[in-house]
Design a protein around this ligand. Structure first.
Ligand SMILES: [Zn+2]
Length: 276
């Protein structure tokens, strides 16, 4: 599932192609991709409108429109965009759920094999975003913020970090990586972290995310995340534990282990990240 670095990278790639362009036509091949409004209203409202901004909040893509409306897109498990500048032939892609043609002739397709991705065309983005947690790459996310808020949560640290209403944008890959860097076992109670541990965790989250954004995100073997021009992200070689069970821990050499927490795989080093 795309996380903050992947969504940020997609926004950066789509921004120059979309900003200033008017939507010339829209085809919706899978109606449930459009969460709101209904498909007919979605088409009539967005055709003729102009993209004025492309941004991100948490794992949502935000497309600002000249009308004042905002198109929010959540990619969920497998959603991706495919961008074809004008004149390029259509791709024969059976999982295309929505296609936009821009006024310069370019096509932007939304491809989503698992069909969980959703589009929301709204007057006020806050309708969807109001409950989202702090942005981990914003200046508000400080070591003291994290320490103060961890103390309020007795549940497992990994599950808390996956909660989008606590920190927005983290997912399974970067939580596993951050906890390894911070040398914290994923099943520890959040409230049990000592001040040095919460400072290490803060540093790890920020550095892991910055590094992954700089690398253009992580394309796993399933290839569900690729850039809109179909290039791959570059962060894969920098993963220390994620999807590496049985490999030697890059810090101590012991075998990386995989466990399951809340139906999600967790990867950790049992030596560097001692069990509670
Ligand atoms: Zn280790």
């Amino acid at each position: 599932m795309p996380e903050l670095p992947e969504v940020e990278t997609i926004a950066c790639h789509l921004r120059p192609a979309l900003t200033g362009r008017v939507v010339a036509q829209v085809a919706i091949a899978w109606a449930r991709t459009i969460d709101r409004p209904d498909v007919a209203s979605f088409q009539s409202q967005i055709v003729g409108d102009r993209f004025v901004s492309v941004g991100r909040r948490g794992k949502y893509l935000l497309f600002g429109l000249e009308s004042g409306r905002v198109l929010l897109v959540h990619l969920r498990m497998s959603g991706r965009f495919d961008l074809r500048p004008g004149g390029q032939p259509p791709v024969n892609e059976p999982h295309t759920r929505a296609s936009f043609q821009l006024d310069d002739g370019a096509w932007v397709d939304f491809i989503d094999p698992r069909k969980f991705g959703r589009f929301y065309l709204v007057d006020d983005a806050d309708d969807l975003l109001h409950g989202l947690g702090i942005e981990p790459l914003s200046p508000d996310f400080t070591a003291s913020w994290l320490q103060d808020h961890l103390s309020e949560h007795r549940g497992e640290i990994k599950r808390l970090l996956l909660d989008q209403n606590f920190i927005a944008g983290l997912g399974n890959i970067y939580v596993s990586e951050s906890l390894w860097h911070a040398r914290i076992h994923p099943a520890r109670s959040a409230a049990s972290l000592t001040p040095p541990e919460s400072r290490r965790l803060h540093t790890a989250i920020v550095q892991v995310l910055r590094s992954a954004v700089a690398d253009g995100g992580t394309s796993l073997n399933d290839r569900q995340y690729v850039y809109p021009n179909r290039d791959l992200g570059g962060h894969q070689p920098h993963l220390m534990v994620y999807d590496r069970s049985g490999d030697a821990c890059p810090r101590c050499g012991y075998a990386v282990e995989r466990t399951v927490q809340g139906q999600r795989s967790t990867y950790f080093c049992p030596v560097c990240q001692p069990a509670p």
